[in-house]
Design a protein around this ligand. Structure first.
Ligand code: KIV
Length: 268
């Protein structure tokens, strides 16, 4: 029996019914299988792949071809979650033709059901042009990692009044442009609550407090797979690095000491 994949309408229904929306990233087939089987609502193929999988310092080097590769693997590994693919840096900032083409590639070649892009008023026309192609768009405002050089680092946004007003205006612009949901990243919890109350579409928080309609985190962060940096908003739900290190250590020990392979792993 094939399980029907969630759609953007199901996500909107979750907000309507008051049920929190769960989102986790995945970048490959094995993780997508695990995350999907656990019953997650949305899998985000984030451009965070650049940091947690490729080892870059920022998300900026991630390319369209890399996003398509990872999206295809995640789609193959999942059957019930809505798949949202990130539009990487330079795939939508140059002009609207590029933005339409690249959003279309994530759907047509990658197999995603929706795309995500960063920005507020400055990308509203871009969101509109992609939505007009019948491609659902998730917005992303606040701490937008592709703007790291403007922000001067991964800093909480919207603490000052002018910034908070700008953020509320950005949220309205993203909604009016036709986005079906938006990520609120790295903003004070009170401001996230204000944004959530001021728009009709679901807000998905990351470092944005409890009042968002849903939460998103990076899978490597919650499983303790990313040892170099843990932001304050991350909660580690498991220490998978420890388990992996123990397993590898045991393998090395058994090979070195002649315990592996035994008869059980050998052919007669
Ligand atoms: O790239 C990503 O994983 C993201 C989430 C952290 C929201 O954009």
């Amino acid at each position: 029996m094939t399980i029907k994949r969630k759609t953007v309408l199901d996500i909107l229904q979750l907000k309507k019914s008051g049920e929190k929306i769960t989102v986790l990233t995945s970048y490959d087939y094995p993780f997508a299988r695990l995350v999907d089987a656990a019953g997650i609502d949305i899998i985000l193929v984030g451009d965070s792949v650049g940091s947690v999988v490729s080892g870059y310092d920022t998300t900026l080097p991630v390319t369209m071809d890399e996003m398509i590769y990872h999206t295809k693997a995640v789609v193959r590994g999942s059957e019930q979650a809505l798949i949202v693919a990130d539009m990487p840096f330079l795939s939508y900032q140059i002009d609207q033709r590029d933005a339409r083409l690249n959003a279309g590639r994530l759907i047509k070649e990658g197999g995603a059901q929706a795309v995500k892009l960063e920005g507020g008023i400055n990308v509203a026309a871009t969101i509109r042009t992609i939505v007009d192609m019948d491609i659902p768009v998730m917005g992303h405002i606040g701490l937008t990692p592709q703007s790291i050089h403007r922000m001067g680092g991964y800093k909480v946004q919207g603490r000052e009044e002018a910034q908070a007003c700008q953020l509320l205006a950005d949220a309205r612009a993203v909604e009016e442009a036709g986005a079906f949901a938006m990520v609120l990243e790295g903003i004070p919890a009170g401001l996230a609550a204000q944004v959530t109350a001021s728009v009709a579409i679901p807000t998905i928080g990351i470092g944005a407090g409890i009042d968002c309609d849903g939460q998103v985190l990076v899978i490597h962060d919650i499983l303790g797979l990313c040892e170099k940096y843990a932001p304050k908003f991350v909660k580690k739900y498991a220490d998978v690095s420890g388990i992996i290190k123990d397993g590898i250590g045991e393998y090395i020990h058994e090979v070195k000491s002649g315990l592996f392979p035994s008869d059980e792993q050998s052919f007669k």
